[in-house]
Design a protein around this ligand. Sequence first.
Ligand code: SF4
Length: 209
Amino acid sequence: MPRPPILKTVEVFASIQGEGLRQGEPTLFIRFAGCNLRCAFCDTKYAWEGGTETTAALLAARIDALRRRFPASWVALTGGEPYAQDLGGLIRLLRRKGLKVQVETNGTIFRPWKVDRLTVSPKPRSYGCDPRSRRAADEVKLVVAKSLTLPILARIRREFPPSVPVLLQPESNAPWSMAKGRRLLERAARAGLGNIRLTVQLHKIYGLP
Ligand code: SF4
């Protein structure tokens, strides 16, 4: 019988989803170690290397234990880049337990696993994604970094289905980034680009992990 894949995580915790359209909902998080990108603005650089080795069964047991104290119905698999690891078995296990699974990915690695919400966050410099990630996305999360311009936003808007919202998320809620996001939204609206919205990182406002 094949051995279950070894997974590497940096943290497992209960909190409130602070980003994207699920913002404000109680959520259990598994943050996976390792990322194939190196974004200058990354606020989880501690997840780039290392991590604790575990298995899907052990992670599911930790989620069960957390859920007894914090009865959330969603699990967010984040990172790092969660899809750099073999999470198919874990996702099936969590969904069999009746949990809804959200994956937050940079979109460069596509996986065919069925999830309940796929958040795709294209990153500089190329802002490139696997075309299958674009088709599977439920929402697009764009960090309003210095490198984000209206032509890049327009290109991303065209690349994803029109029904999929593009969320402009300020870099660490910094005032310059919030002001830039607002300007970009106004310019995008004048250019006829639809379904683009402003957001904030809610967990940072509430001081949550
Ligand atoms: S893709 Fe995400 S986790 Fe990876 S370096 Fe960029 S911001 Fe950090």
